[in-house]
Design a protein around this ligand. Structure first.
Ligand code: AMP
Length: 215
């Protein structure tokens, strides 16, 4: 099963992708996570990407496309994959089609999570992540038992540098200008499925499973 999660930052793409990954045994490929790993390790790619990420801008296509192409060729992605945060522009979507075409594959489902901007700002600015295990929290909606500490592993919680209000607003602007046109792109290919992303995590998962199991 080859799936794309489409949606603005904070719409729950990563959360749902992780759940589906477990359910179907196919990897979640998050370009944001891959870039953050490069930034953390201080690689050349990470150093280049950092300046864009800090401003909430998109990292140039050539960096992203090379990274994705390589990841998709790894053995665990051969029986399916869940793309999270990629593609983010029509140019990236067209390049992805070409990459998949060349190996006789195609995207079967584009799952679009719809959430209003006001809710996304509240979600993102309150988001905290465990440095150690990646577990996500929200200072208001899902606070840890002990402030700043992960319930699951005791790791330190941190706020992503691009989750401050100014950068969040810019990321949303970039989403509407550059990524939202993909909704039309995939609608035309008849593989787009829209889901109300303001429901609970469990309700959204149920809806997604219904879509994936129907075909
Ligand atoms: P995310 O974790 O998906 O919200 O991504 C965090 C940041 O990484 C974005 O604001 C961009 O700067 C960069 N990024 C992630 N995926 C892409 C992509 N497909 N194209 C360009 N930039 C990306």
């Amino acid at each position: 099963m080859n799936i794309i999660f489409l949606g603005p930052p904070g719409s729950g793409k990563g959360t749902q992708a992780k759940i589906l990954t477990e359910k179907f045994g196919i990897p979640q490929i998050s370009t944001g996570d891959m870039l953050r790993e490069h930034v953390g390790k201080g690689t050349d790619l990470g150093l280049k990407a950092k300046e864009y990420m800090e401003k909430g801008q998109l990292v140039p296509d050539e960096i992203i496309l090379d990274m994705v192409k390589e990841r998709l060729s790894e053995s665990d992605a051969q029986k399916g994959f869940i793309l999270d945060g990629f593609p983010r522009t029509v140019a990236q979507a067209e390049a992805l089609d070409k990459i998949l075409d060349s190996v006789g594959k195609k995207i079967e489902y584009v799952l679009a999570l719809i959430v209003p901007d006001e809710e996304l700002i509240i979600r993102l600015t309150g988001r905290r992540t465990c440095k150690n295990c990646g577990m996500m929290y929200h200072i208001k909606f899902k606070p840890p038992k002990e402030e700043g500490k992960c319930d699951a592993c005791g790791g330190e919680l941190y706020q992503r540098p691009d989750d401050n209000e100014e950068t969040v607003k810019n990321r949303l602007k970039v989403y509407h200008q550059q990524t939202a046109p993909l909704i039309e792109y995939y609608k035309n290919k008849r593989i787009l499925f829209e889901v109300d992303g303001s429901k609970s995590i469990e309700e959204i998962t149920q809806q997604l499973l219904q879509i994936l199991e129907k075909k």
